[in-house]
Design a protein around this ligand. Sequence first.
Ligand code: NAD
Length: 362
Amino acid sequence: MKDDILPLITAWDGEGIVVRHDAPTGTWIFIALHSSLLGCPTGGTRMKVYPGLRDALRDAMRLAEGMTHKWAGLNSELGGGKAVLALSRPLDAEARRGLMHRYGRLLESLNGAFCTGADLGTGPDDMRHVAEVSQFVLGVDQKTHASTDPGPFTARGVLAGIRSAVLHRFGKEGLDGVRILIQGLGGVGSPLAGMLAAEGAHLLLCDADSSRAQRMSQDLPNSHIVPIDRVYTEKCDVFCPCAVGGILNEDSITTMGCKIVAGSANNQLLEEDDADRLHKWGILYVPDYIVNAGGAMALTLMTQGISEREVLEQRVDRIGEAVANILEEAAASQTTPLSTARRRVDRLLSRSRSARNRSTQS
Ligand code: NAD
């Protein structure tokens, strides 16, 4: 195992990796701390069975770096980190709870070096169990242990981003009559569909679980179902990926029938070059890590004592301004929104690095 993951660690530009083997469940825990330049490394806990340990560690590192960009892109005083619990097998409820408790004690022993919340494969119940032994969990009230679902906040941020992208691309205020295709109608896609319908959008709905799409289409006016094999080619104004990553790639991009891509799914581009491909194809791509930050933003504010829903929603709505600024800067410099967002992040990190160096020298 050691030989296998050491080259990954050596080549990484992050600050550190915490590795723990959980003997009772055979789970490997990787906590990747990418950057604390802007604040405490903060990111979700992903849990799944990986093909190998290298895949699990690589995922943790890549996602932790993504979190650094996400927080910096939003000017948040948080750093990038991510945890991966690489299961050796699916766990029953009791084993899962035991793992969450031991993971929570590990977080507690790190004493605030990493703060976490739910991610793919973990949910509010898992985070409640972690919070029973650790204070470094987002979205769980320390006294009542009640948990907050970040999905509707994430959806609200995506909505704000879509409004800005539609204004930028079509010069149109509001979403009345705009054709928007949502891929994935789960924790984010489902509340988002309701919000878009309320704004008069014409909805195209697609989910791997076709009965879910059918139920939602019956409930929402002006909505139609799109079969899974037509999800990329269907003509629409906005394609909104809210399911899985890696869907924007050489094969899909050249067949796409949309003018804008803006959605919640993490790591939508298979490779960074795919942002250039979208640009050349005339598709405006709103960087995923900017537009999908609403949930993480709201949970973080809640841990800072801000709990009024209205205030949280106002802060999440600012994602719309962030998207508008990035799109304007990208258009003015004739580059992609992704490289503009990246440039902003690099500028901010480099300013913080210089400030940190100055303060350690004095
Ligand atoms: P979820 O698991 O609740 O829902 C995903 C939905 O997508 C499910 O209904 C599933 O059936 C469907 N789906 C899966 N594969 C599909 C496919 N190939 N085509 C069509 N539908 C498919 O997940 P979620 O919480 O709604 O998150 C959606 C995406 O947004 C994920 O990539 C997640 O990492 C990202 N994200 C979520 C949040 C959040 O607050 N929940 C925040 C940031 C990013």
